[in-house]
Write a protein that binds this ligand. Structure first.
Ligand SMILES: O=C(O)CCC(=O)C(=O)O
Length: 284
């Protein structure tokens, strides 16, 4: 195809895929049974969250724990990060073991439904809540984008239980239905629901849902991995194009490549020197 084959004469044309060499292709979510995707979408619209139990095997959970534990160092720098919480940032630059969480087909199918094509990975962290940690300040993850509520979610998050999540070991606390709230914040009369789920399970929730890490009153750690995603026209929380080397980017799946920023939001958002960013991965 040469450029003359494509005519761009209206503003609507600019919303389409103008890339020639790297056109948009469906994500791995397209393989998921449409009935499941519809049920997930209905739960997300109604409650703001959905829980998928036992997506990971016990072996995968052990492997993730073994890989991330050596990176768990100091605790948080403030009470939001958690004074008794350890976080590993930039997980993709350290290990491949969490890739299957980031591009899990069920997650991608839900994202395909919620966000625009070529949505981005906004953060990938391991979060280890230690004994004695207090409940985290309730927040919603797309609240740092200064766009007033009520509105559609600009982002979505997954939290994967690597240890069992219990009501007293720091399980994420959600405020069901709070994604529809306008300006108001959670109060003492609102239902706060700890996400009790076995290791290997995942809670997926929209960026407008109020939530926070729970208090850990047990004697054991609570390890989780969270992957967060945002619209393709927003700035992700973690600057993955700076933290992930091109050599690593070449080794990850097509879906993760596009979520790292090797993709375009039409017509040109994300271009590099006027070209599709995937061309950078061609140069060796
Ligand atoms: O660790 C958790 O359960 C939730 C953490 C969280 O929401 C955050 O740090 O933004």
């Amino acid at each position: 195809m040469n450029l003359d084959d494509e005519s761009v004469t209206t503003l609507e044309d600019l919303r389409g895929d103008l890339a020639l060499r790297y056109r948009w292709t469906p994500s791995g979510g397209s393989a998921v049974d449409p009935a499941l995707v519809e049920a997930d979408a209905a739960a997300l619209a109604r409650d703001g969250y959905v829980i998928w139990e036992n997506l990971l095997t016990p072996e995968q959970c052990s492997q993730i724990r073994d890989e991330v534990t050596p990176w768990l160092g100091h605790t948080g720098r403030n009470s939001f990060e958690g004074r008794r919480t350890q976080r590993v940032y930039s997980v993709l630059s350290r290990t491949r073991v969490c890739d299957p969480l980031v591009d899990n087909p069920r997650v991608l199918a839900a994202l395909d439904h919620l966000l625009m094509p070529n949505y981005l990975l906004s953060a990938l962290q391991a979060i280890n809540i230690q004994p004695g940690e207090a409940a985290q300040l309730a927040h919603h993850d797309d609240g740092f984008y200064p766009v007033p509520r009520p509105r559609e979610a600009l982002a979505a998050a997954t939290i994967w239980a690597i240890d069992d999540f219990t009501a007293d070991n720091g399980a994420t606390v959600l405020y069901p239905g709070s994604h529809t709230w306008g300006k108001r914040r959670p109060g003492p009369d609102d239902e706060a629901m700890p996400v009790v789920m076995p290791a290997g399970s995942c809670v997926f929730f929209v960026g407008t849902l109020w939530h926070g890490g729970g208090a850990n009153t047990t004697a054991a750690d609570r390890l989780a991995v969270t992957a967060q995603y945002c619209q393709p026209w927003l700035r992700p929380m973690e600057a993955f194009t700076l933290s992930i080397s091109r050599d690593i980017a070449r080794t990850v799946s097509d879906d993760i490549q596009r979520m790292l920023g090797y993709s375009i939001h039409p017509p040109f958002v994300g271009a590099v020197d006027g070209l599709h960013p995937l061309r950078l991965l061609e140069d060796r």
